[in-house]
Design a protein around this ligand. Structure first.
Ligand code: PEP
Length: 272
């Protein structure tokens, strides 16, 4: 089987501005390597600018086109495009409608977004998104040709009460029930207690969970499980990234706070 994609995803959350887009994208584009994907997820109002800066604003992803982006592009045009990808931090659970303040997966595809984060713990918590909602959002992305980066993770009280695996299995099962085998998706393990706290999981602790998640995926499809990229997120920093990414089932990171500093992000990226 082909080795799974390694990846670092920058989640800017609701931080940054046009100046950050313009400062960081050229530096990221210059540093990106074929061996590791780099994905920037800015606040939605900046997606157009990030797309322009990444040289990808003409790329329309869409149903069935995810794996063959290059088909419609001239070689020369492709050459001049940056290999930095970008994505949204959320997506609506319907294709269109009277949904003030929301955006659809098709709109993201039209804007050249290859990815969308769904089910981030801040959405689950602050916006009361349940497992079913997250699963529908992931399915919407897949139907539109956008790859969902699906976040799962336990709270500290789940962990302390020995519920970590049960909680994760429930979160993952909801998604797998709506997903076709072999669908392109990325899983992100983000223990809620590690997000924005400076308290990252140890590499061993994270590896145990990643192995468990991969085993859960394997009950659905063993071959597919080996091909799914599983990212770790939760206080990944320039100084702990290498030890986390060295673990066999950790294929890269989803980075919040540290992704706002271009130097730190590049250090983390190179560690993957
Ligand atoms: C995140 O936003 O997904 C995240 C992991 O944040 P931080 O890196 O700041 O903990």
């Amino acid at each position: 089987a082909a080795p799974r994609a390694r990846m670092v995803v920058a989640n800017w959350k609701m931080f940054g501005n046009l100046a950050l887009c313009r400062e960081s994208l050229p530096r990221l584009s210059a540093a990106v390597m074929d061996s590791v994907e780099l994905v920037v997820c800015p606040p939605a109002p900046y997606l157009g600018e990030v797309g322009r800066l990444a040289g990808r604003s003409g790329v329309h992803y869409g149903a069935g086109e995810v794996a063959s982006e290059s088909v419609h592009l001239e070689a020369e045009e492709l050459e001049s495009r940056s290999r930095v990808h970008y994505g949204a931090q959320d997506v609506a659970e319907v294709t269109h409608g009277a949904r003030t303040g929301e955006w659809s997966a098709d709109m993201l595809a039209e804007l050249g977004c290859r990815y969308a984060i769904v089910g981030h713990s801040e959405r689950r918590d602050r916006h009361r998104e349940c497992n079913q909602t997250v699963a529908v959002k992931a399915a919407m992305c897949i139907a539109a040709g956008v790859i969902p980066i699906v976040c799962v993770g336990e709270t500290m009280s789940d962990r302390e009460s020995g519920q970590t695996e049960a909680v994760l299995a429930e979160q993952l099962t909801a998604i797998l029930q709506l997903m076709k085998k072999n669908a392109m998706f990325v899983l992100a393990y983000e223990p809620v207690w590690a997000i924005g706290t400076g308290l990252a999981a140890t590499p061993e602790m994270a590896q145990d969970v990643h192995a468990f998640l991969r085993q859960q995926l394997a009950t659905f499809s063993p071959v597919w499980a080996e091909s799914v990229t599983i990212l770790y997120g939760g206080s990944v920093k320039a100084d702990n990234a290498a030890s986390l990414f060295a673990m066999p089932d950790i294929d890269g990171g989803l980075v919040g706070g540290a992704s706002l500093n271009v130097d730190d992000l590049l250090t983390i990226y190179r560690a993957a």
